[in-house]
Ligand binder design. Sequence first.
Ligand SMILES: NC(=O)c1ccc[n+]([C@@H]2O[C@H](COP(=O)([O-])OP(=O)(O)OC[C@H]3O[C@@H](n4cnc5c(N)ncnc54)[C@H](OP(=O)(O)O)[C@@H]3O)[C@@H](O)[C@H]2O)c1
Length: 304
Amino acid sequence: MKKKICIVGVSGYVSEKLIHLISKHKHVDEISLVSSSMAGKKLFDVYPSMRDYFSDNIRIDEIDFKKINSHDLVFLCVPHNESSKLVDKITTKIIDLSRDYRLTKTYGLPEIYKEEIRNSELVANPGCYATACILAVYPIRHLVSEVIFHGISGYSGAGRMASQKFDYENNIIAYKLTDHHHVAEIKKVLDLDISFVPHVVDVFSGIMITAILYLKEAIDIPTIKKQYTEFYRNSFTEPVSQIPSVKEVVNTPLCKVYVHDEQQINKLIVVSVIDNLMKGSASQAIENMNLMFGFPTNTALSDY
Ligand SMILES: NC(=O)c1ccc[n+]([C@@H]2O[C@H](COP(=O)([O-])OP(=O)(O)OC[C@H]3O[C@@H](n4cnc5c(N)ncnc54)[C@H](OP(=O)(O)O)[C@@H]3O)[C@@H](O)[C@H]2O)c1
């Protein structure tokens, strides 16, 4: 049976991407949009390019929980501390894109928590940096004593409003050097001592993580690479043999992970890349929805 989907938060970067992906989902036949700032407008007024993907110009609603609860699943594409004001009033399945439930509810990283996601009513979609950091290390976490992550992100990672406040043009900005809010979720999943240093650059979307892994003991690289290949079989994470660039994954649901061939006295370098608006948020949310409904995980995500 086809599904009815509601998206709360329309004017943001993530919801724009999600609306586009949902338009291609063959098991969805009704989409409702709820906005705090755009209610009363129509989808093509806000996003004229959506004419290419939708036959109907959907009217954007104000929040009405009776209507929201008539859907099979709700995506919450709102800032942190806003999702938690809504969740208790929603009685249907939820995928929350904010960080409000990442430490307490099912963590929506399909490479690791597929079975839990299938059986959950509320899935917390992971943070964008956290996705790329965790996927860079997870298959060999038991061999690692400590990791230092250097993160580089496009400015869309901060959201539409926040990204307008900073001087990104021709610039590189380091920030939150010791207390980025994704550290807690990375630590919780990897259960390792980690440091994470984020930077924003003058690129719209894309994240590159360069991870320095301190190994408990020297292990040969082919054994390590085999563990990545086996762990990520049949997923959107691809171990690759050349250093990947962000351009290779922008507008795709992929994470590419590269293990560098030279190990320096128990130190290993791993590079991972994702699009923060895809694997870092919207396409990963679709993966989670597919799992929650028992659809093949690549539904609406194979066309890139
Ligand atoms: N950007 C990324 O790369 C990324 C990656 C992973 C996760 N996330 C998370 O996904 C969520 C959406 O991110 P985003 O980048 O799309 O953010 P955004 O561009 O700032 O959009 C957030 C949207 O939330 C709605 N909203 C509802 N209540 C709000 C309030 N009190 N203040 C401001 N906005 C409010 C607004 O839509 P309406 O005006 O239509 O109501 C707003 O456009 C956030 O929780 C974010 O942390 C973002």
